[in-house]
Design a protein around this ligand. Structure first.
Ligand code: 8YV
Length: 323
């Protein structure tokens, strides 16, 4: 006798989370962590009422029409630009994400990339590993100071605020930000952050961190024109989404030293990386790991599971993003 809802877990996840799900559902999973095509995902979703996804599975009209039994998609990510939210709402399919549990871990990583880029850590490590270090030099890998500088943040949600607090309270930085809506006065005071226009942010920041969601409006929001406004000594960090930065324009700006350095965790079309970025030395590149601590990834997987369990057992998802 099986009245339990059937769900699909689209990528390999922690065995203990799969075990929790198996207590409530008939679970199909992906133990080899195969990268299913949209068509294969659709085939595997037949007859499934729920699915646990990562940011890599696109949920759009074609998939929703082909999977009429689907009722909930639980993303193991705070970002959900893989969802067509309007199509999901129209189809009556609930979408959920994993906010809060990754905020501090991701803000830590944003700061790590900022420090690594500004202080030229990757570039100098490659130099050392290549056996090229034979003496001290007064200007060897001289970078830019982080303490006491101006930290710019584009997109001031939870992760942006975490970065602001680290900069203001830990590194004595002046913090400026740009966001569609201003923070309330109490949060601005706590983050010691001042709202400025986007152009002022680009012109004034010594280090600029991007933490905004990817939407059609934020596509290439940092391109050649925006990079041209930045200081030649500036650092750019992207821990948000690929596609927010025009990677070709950034590679060119880095090569021509129109900005000093960049730290990138996300790329347009990842896991492919624009070939020009691979050949410029003054960029630190990481494979989308800002939330990757064991504790945080486990919390994300558990929250995605809790959304599925809450939806099917109590009729209520914990952290929905669809209306
Ligand atoms: C995820 C992320 O690891 O939460 C997000 O939005 O970008 C990362 O934390 C990635 O999206 C896989 O789901």
């Amino acid at each position: 006798m099986s009245q339990r809802p059937a769900i699909l877990v689209a990528r390999a996840i922690f065995p203990e989370v799969l075990e929790r799900l198996r207590q409530h559902f008939e679970v199909s999973d992906n133990p080899n962590d195969d990268d299913w095509s949209p068509q294969e995902l659709c085939e595997r979703l037949q007859g499934k009422a729920g699915v646990l996804t990562t940011g890599a599975q696109r949920i759009d009209t074609a998939l929703l029409q082909a999977c009429p039994q689907l009722r909930i998609v639980a993303n193991m990510a705070v970002g959900y630009n893989n969802f067509d939210v309007a199509a999901m709402a129209a189809a009556g399919v609930v979408g959920t994400n994993t906010p809060d549990v990754l905020t501090e871990t991701t803000a830590d990583f944003g700061f790590a990339l900022l420090l690594a880029a500004a202080r030229r850590m990757a570039e100098s490590e490659h130099f050392l590993r290549a056996g090229r270090w034979d003496r001290w030099a007064y200007d060897m890998f001289a970078g830019q100071d982080v303490h006491g500088s101006t930290l710019g943040i584009l997109g001031m949600g939870r992760i942006g605020q975490g970065i602001a607090r680290r900069g203001a309270h830990g590194f004595g930085m002046r913090v400026i930000y740009h966001n569609r809506s201003r923070l309330d006065a109490a949060t601005e005071a706590e983050c010691r952050a001042t709202w400025v226009s986007k152009d002022d942010l680009l012109r004034q920041a010594d280090h600029l961190v991007l933490v905004l969601p990817y939407t059609p409006q934020s596509h290439h929001v940092i391109g050649a024109a925006e990079l041209a406004l930045m200081k030649p000594t500036a650092t750019l960090v992207n821990i948000a989404r690929g596609g927010i930065v025009d990677d070709a324009a950034l590679a060119q700006a880095l090569r021509e030293r129109r900005i000093a350095a960049a730290g990138l965790d996300v790329f347009e079309g990842e896991p492919r990386v624009h070939p020009d970025l691979l050949t410029v030395p003054n960029v630190v590149l990481t494979p989308h790991i800002a939330s990757a601590t064991r504790a945080t990834r486990l919390a994300m997987a558990n929250l995605a599971a809790d959304n599925l369990i809450g939806f099917f057992t109590q009729g209520r998802a914990l952290t929905p993003v669809t209306p």
